[in-house]
Design a protein around this ligand. Structure first.
Ligand code: B12
Length: 218
């Protein structure tokens, strides 16, 4: 199988919620030296996005989406384990908190960002999902992080990212942390509007931007 066929297989495995096929695609990728992060971005994530579009058009039911999500989680866990095993980690970069905001259960993308950040040398505090702005701030202080990253996938929960910015300002903490925002409906325009320090479209860029914050600080 060539690169394109394996990527297509990864895509199909999510669309069909077929865990065995997903693992097979990962084995085949390893066999030809195809990077698992590339496979994740171009194959698996593209598959879940395709399902999102089908779901949005009313062509897919929620339980089907949940099955696919379960496969996606197994995939991301394995990608993270492979990255760790490959010894790709580098020196300690900095500390970052990541959370999916209050009212939002979408944590796949945030999980991918966390995996990549960890393997890039960041100490990552993953607060999980449905996390209140106040909790994020308290934990950021407690862990002494450099960066706060939040993920929002719903147009109704994006506002929690704004609330976080406002609360940081109210508490005189805004300059203490760099803030990053992400998630499918998030844009650079939104980040500018609420005063976040950075927005990135995907996990690789999230890592690159986080590294830049730390490099600039040193
Ligand atoms: C999987 C999924 C679910 C799963 C979530 C499981 C889980 N544990 O995450 C389940 C089935 C539970 C679910 C539930 C719902 N969902 Co849903 N879901 C999706 C779907 C298909 C994919 C999301 C995803 O995982 N994408 C793949 C990842 C890799 O991409 P990502 O999250 O965008 O992350 C990348 C970047 O954004 C970035 N990034 C992410 N976070 C961060 C953070 C930082 C700091 C940075 C810098 C970058 C960054 O890097 C990531 C990796 O590259 C989307 C469709 C879509 N296209 O987004 C709908 C979608 C988000 N869901 C939607 C809806 C409506 C719902 C429900 C309300 C449905 C319902 N009727 O109950 C519920 C919401 C429940 C809640 N309160 O949160 C709508 C939202 C519409 C809107 N306008 O808000 C969407 C867009 C589908 C649609 N087209 O209608 N969903």
């Amino acid at each position: 199988m060539d690169r394109q066929e394996i990527i297509k297989m990864a895509f199909d495995s999510i669309v069909e919620a077929d865990q065995e096929m997903a693992m097979d695609a990962m084995d085949k990728a390893a066999g030809i030296g195809l990077d698992s992060v590339e496979l994740l971005n171009e194959g698996f994530s593209a598959g879940i996005n395709e399902l999102g579009e089908q779901f949005g058009r009313g062509e897919l039911f929620l339980p089907e989406l949940i099955f696919a999500t379960e496969v996606m989680k197994v995939v991301t866990t394995r990608v993270e384990a492979e990255m760790v095993a490959s010894g790709k980690q580098i020196e300690q970069k900095g500390k970052i908190i990541m959370a999916t905001v209050e009212g939002d259960v979408h944590d796949i993308g945030k999980g991918i960002c966390c995996s990549l950040l960890k393997t890039s040398g960041f100490e990552v505090f993953d607060l999980g999902r449905e996390v209140k702005a106040d909790t994020i701030i308290e934990k950021a202080i407690e862990y002494g992080v450099d960066i706060i990253g939040t993920s929002a996938l719903l147009t109704t929960t994006m506002v929690v990212q704004q609330e976080l910015e406002e609360k940081l300002k109210e508490r005189g903490l805004r300059d203490r942390f760099k803030t990053m925002v992400g998630g499918a409906p998030i844009t650079q325009r939104w980040a500018d509007k609420i005063g976040a320090d950075a927005y990135t479209e995907d996990a690789s860029e999230c890592c690159a931007r986080a590294k830049k914050f730390i490099d600039d600080k040193m």
